[in-house]
Ligand binder design. Structure first.
Ligand code: MOS
Length: 701
């Protein structure tokens, strides 16, 4: 394996609208997702979940279940295979009698059919001993200070004298903003097919898993199961979305692995139901953001304070970086951020599209809207006055920061200049009409440790292999484009192989880092291949390489930026909210495929609209569970909600960040969107709502 600094590549295939290379498979239904995989004589596994939020399993009575036709086995904590490591409290299933949250897996049922498995699970009697628990996030119980917030960022930061600056400030905005619990609802629920076998005298575990990162799943599971990583093979040929919830292995992956260990080699198929996803496959923590902004009368920020409160789970720590965008977004000499958590007896929170940035920037961008009003300034102008020369957090120059261009371009396209300054100024029949703006940002991340392989075939064709996953974003297509340009061949000459741990190491499809991380490795491997074998190679030659980064990592601050404009209409009698126009303008480096990129931006905008107006998981603190556990009670924006949504981007091909000139695009679309919508509802009605989702009742009475 070689490591090299890949040189920038020219765009020939990059930048074109190459149709999705897996489009035909998908629209004809031939693409096989995890649960679709044909395996011989599978047993179906069904999860039995706890009904108390904390306590112990006293006894699992499986008699009625086992008497049911088709049920083969019931596995509980007394009979489950033992794990070699149990530190990961979310994945250490059935290792003892402890119950850490309501909905935890307390038994597994194996049956010949899905129907028998589900009925068997219903027939299992679990005697539980309940203990007192805490399942409610409040200002007064979120006091625990984690060591780091996701992904390894400082918990607290402090610069200057915030309190003195606020005391001296001519204008102060001091408000608290709240965001709801949200559950990731990708189209494809989580699913795993697993079987154990033997190869060369060693045990093997093979899985098809609905995952954002096959290598990550193998790395986490192997030591827990007492295996080497290469004894666990994970494949994820097609994945129907994840939004972060498939970024880490959740309970069902381990459940399938443990269940399959008991079947003498028969495969086990486990498909999580939509309802079970609300207990077991991750979610976004609710957040409380206490903001204090101090400014001059002219709207120049002197102090920014963001104290974030959220929750984690007693079962396993997950601390979200809610205040992290506040550290770099605007200029101000005095700044303070902090994160405090309530440690609750609830399921483990996890990643959901722009974890941290989405809720944190909702709070910050509504606070900025309030500051603009307090200073009598247009909100776009306020942001212009607080544009930092360098990254306030690191003191490094931006490699590029074109937020103001995004704002100006969006303002021109949206017709912002005609906007009345005063709120509640426009009525159209029974609807109050208003517009709002918010800025967006997301860090550009490129993960180390990605390896790619290039192999020559006859006829000028190449196999390009990397063990990354396309979760529906279009990664297969853009990686094909990158490989074609890196090898200077047509897209048709590339046979891209992904989504299997038998292929070279790749990091997770998360943090908007996939294209940058995997693409850079592919460019490195292609350049290594040309150096090793020239431009007219014999068939069967291969090279592997990993992409090193230069010292630009230490020299620059890499972030993407955007501006979101929204029009909201609020019904004067019912409070119903409609968003007829939503526009996002982004600067994300080179766009490798305008078709798939546009889908990412539109998807992010829809998801931000959905967060702003609809999505809310309601947890019952008396029983500890999420009561909104289906799509009838947990509302996700649909076609009828997504009206005039448009996205555009600034042209750019600066190759500093990656040899392709690109950055990530998966998450920035959701950031700032809910704030733009909330700000628009304020401008429409004069009623300031500081919590999302913004619901109709807030405008009544
Ligand atoms: Mo994304 S929430 O980083 O998978």
């Amino acid at each position: 394996m070689t490591e090299l600094h890949p040189s920038p590549i020219d765009a020939r295939v990059m930048g074109t609208r190459l149709p999705r290379v897996d489009g035909v498979e998908k629209v004809t239904g031939r693409a096989a997702y995890a649960a679709d995989q044909p395996v011989p004589e599978p047993l179906v596994c069904w999860l039995v979940q706890s009904t108390t939020a904390k306590g112990r399993v006293r006894r699992v009575d499986a008699r009625a279940a086992l008497a049911h036709d088709g049920v083969v086995a019931v596995i509980d904590h007394t009979t489950a295979p033992r794990l070699a490591e149990t530190e990961n409290g979310e994945l250490a299933l059935l290792q003892d009698d402890r119950i850490g949250f309501r909905g935890q897996v307390v038994a597994l049922v194996l049956a010949e059919t899905a129907e028998a498995a589900r009925e068997g699970a219903r027939l299992v009697r679990v005697e539980e001993e309940a203990e007192p628990f805490e399942a409610e996030l409040r200002d007064d119980n979120a006091t625990y200070r984690p060591e780091k917030v996701n992904p390894a960022k400082e918990t607290d930061t402090e610069e200057g004298d915030v309190d003195a600056a606020l005391a001296a400030a001519e204008v102060v905005v001091e408000q608290t903003y709240r965001t709801a619990y949200e559950h990731n609802n990708p189209l494809e629920p989580h699913a795993t097919v697993a079987w154990w076998g033997e190869e060369e005298g060693r045990e093997t575990l093979t899985m098809y898993d609905a995952s954002q990162g096959v290598h990550g799943v193998a790395s986490v599971l192997a030591p827990m199961l007492g295996l080497e990583k290469d004894q666990v093979r994970v494949k994820a040929p097609y994945v129907g979305g994840g939004f972060g919830s498939k970024g880490e292995a959740h309970a069902q992956v381990m459940a399938a692995a443990l269940a399959a260990r008991t079947t003498g080699g028969r495969p086990v198929r486990l498909a999580v139901t939509r309802q079970q996803m609300f207990a077991l496959t991750g979610y976004r923590t609710a957040t409380i953001s206490h903001f204090r902004l101090g400014a001059t009368r002219e709207g120049r920020l002197t102090a920014i304070e963001h104290r974030a409160q959220e929750q984690t789970s007693a079962v396993r720590e997950f601390a979200e970086q809610t205040a992290s965008p506040t550290r770099m977004m605007y200029a101000a000499p005095h700044r303070r951020t902090s994160h405090r958590l309530a440690v609750l007896d609830v399921a483990v929170p996890s990643w959901m599209r722009a974890p941290g940035e989405m809720p944190g920037m909702f709070a910050h961008e509504v606070a900025m809207d309030e500051l603009a009003e307090a200073c009598g300034l247009d909100p776009v102008e306020l942001r212009r006055r607080n544009e930092p020369e360098i990254d306030p957090e690191t003191g490094r120059p931006w490699d590029t920061r074109r937020l103001l261009e995004c704002l100006d371009r969006g303002a021109a396209r949206f017709g912002w200049a005609d906007r009345p300054r005063e709120p509640r100024a426009t009525r159209d029949g029974e609807w109050w009409v208003g517009t709002g703006v918010a800025a967006s940002t997301y860090p550009a991340m490129r993960m180390p440790g990605n390896l790619a392989r290039v192999e020559s075939f006859a006829g000028g064709r190449y196999a390009v292999s990397i063990g990354s996953v396309d979760i529906g974003t279009g990664a297969r297509t853009v990686l094909t484009q990158i490989a074609a340009d890196a090898l200077d061949v047509e897209a048709e000459a590339i046979d891209l192989r992904i989504a299997d741990t038998s292929l070279p190491m790749a990091t997770v499809a998360g943090g908007s880092s996939g294209t940058s991380s995997w693409g850079s490795a592919i460019v490195a491997a292609a350049q290594q291949f040309r150096a090793d074998h020239g431009s007219d190679p014999d068939p069967g030659l291969r090279s592997e390489a990993t992409a090193l980064r230069g010292d630009e990592v230490e020299r620059y601050s890499f972030h993407s930026f955007g501006a979101v404009f929204a029009e909201a209409r609020v019904h004067r009698y019912t409070g119903e909210i409609r968003v007829p126009r939503l526009l996002g303008v982004y600067h994300v480096g080179r766009v490798i495929n305008p078709t798939t990129a546009r889908s990412q931006f539109l998807g992010g905008l829809v998801m931000g609209l959905s967060a702003g107006l609809l999505e809310e998981s309601v947890r019952d603190p008396r029983f500890g569970h999420v009561v909104t556990q289906d799509l009838a009670t947990y509302h996700v924006a649909t076609h009828a909600d997504a009206l005039g949504i448009e996205a555009e981007w600034l042209e750019d091909d600066t190759p500093v960040f990656t040899p392709m000139g690109s950055r990530g695009i998966g998450e920035i679309g959701i950031v700032g969107t809910a704030a733009a919508v909330a700000n628009a509802t304020y401008h429409a009605t004069g009623v300031r709502v500081r919590d999302i989702p913004v619901t109709a009742d807030r405008f009544l009475g």
